[in-house]
Write a protein that binds this ligand. Structure first.
Ligand code: NAP
Length: 291
């Protein structure tokens, strides 16, 4: 079974490690390969997706910056992909190319693993960033009735995406503000969850954070950073300092990947077994990189 990841840049992706391990655990022959597509390579994205249509490739994941661009090449969208307006998983069924999105259930599932069940009691959240992954996070939170303060660097640019997702009839509420309004946002509300969907703090810019250094993080807030490299981003260090519970995005990465794998193969991977092997392999790779 041939699988792969479409995006740019891809050199630090952990997806091949995850999917090749899932293939091995399922006793399946196959490989998961990186397919980097530079924005200058016109036509390559469409040509790669054509390989799904012809059956040459069984499935693709899609990452930055193509999650929205691939929408136009799909014959059909899953309900989640349609509502979110972004795709991270492509497969073929009955000769049709289908776009799906496992980022949203991956996020909900990992937060539950971390002790925060979004589905139980709606609260208030600050979400930083309004790009491709923010759509999946907003969809998840709004679906379960959460109130969201979306903090962005360009309010006007983000308004269209917010209006689009607001029009989907989800139950929660969303207010869009500038990142400079962080302090005033905290003044009037008790924030239960903070989610970073921007690349601020991602390797190699590890000193950056979406949360202004001079503003304290409330101790009772759960802080979730979609970034997983480094393991402790600047934002998570700020959360530690405030005594606030926090987690990086590695759990979401694994949950969304195993859900994609299930779409392609029909096989549900044993999560505990998977984590045991994955953590060992990841540790070995990190040690090799340090040498
Ligand atoms: P994206 O579509 O490029 O969106 C990034 C967002 O961050 C945009 O809204 C952008 O603002 C904002 N932003 C970028 N630089 C900023 C800065 N200096 N200050 C303030 N805002 C800034 O990227 P994405 O696909 O959403 O991915 C974002 C991050 O999430 C990446 O680090 C990615 O690796 C991670 N991610 C993790 C998982 C996981 O499973 N853990 C899944 C998906 C993504 P503008 O709109 O103004 O440009």
């Amino acid at each position: 079974m041939k699988l792969g990841l479409l995006g740019w840049p891809l050199s630090h992706s952990k997806s091949p490690l995850i999917h090749n391990l899932a293939l091995t655990m399922a006793n399946m022959e196959g490989s998961y390969d990186l397919v980097p597509i530079d924005s200058q390579e016109s036509g390559k994205l469409a040509a790669e997706i054509q390989k799904i249509r012809s059956g040459e490739i069984a499935g693709f994941n899609v990452t930055i910056p193509y999650k929205e661009e691939v929408l136009r090449y799909m014959d059909r969208l899953s309900p989640a992909a349609k509502l979110i307006g972004a795709i991270n998983t492509i497969h073929r069924r009955d000769g049709l190319v289908i776009g799906d999105n496992t980022d949203a259930p991956g996020f909900v599932c990992d937060l539950k693993n971390q002790g925060l069940d979004l589905t139980q009691k709606p609260g208030e959240a600050i979400v930083f960033g309004a790009g491709g992954s923010a759509r999946a996070i907003l969809y998840s939170l709004l679906s379960y009735g959460w109130q969201i303060h979306l903090l962005v660097r360009n309010v006007e640019k983000s308004r269209e995406m917010v209006n689009d997702i607001k029009g989907k009839g989800l139950t929660g509420g969303i207010k869009i503000r500038s990142v400079s309004d962080l302090r005033s946002t905290l003044k009037h509300t008790q924030i239960d969850l903070v989610v970073n969907t921007t690349p601020l703090g991602m390797f190699p810019n590890v000193g950056a954070s979406p949360w202004a250094m001079e503003v304290g993080i409330p101790e009772t807030t759960f802080v979730y950073d979609l970034i997983y490299n480094p393991v402790k981003t600047q934002l998570l260090l700020q959360a530690d300092q405030a005594g606030a519970k926090n987690a990086n995005g590695q759990g979401m990465l694994i949950e969304q990947a195993l859900l994609s794998f299930e779409i392609w193969t029909g096989i549900k991977t044993d999560r505990d077994q998977f984590m045991k092997h994955f953590l060992q392999m990841d540790q070995n790779l990190n040690q090799m990189e340090k040498k």
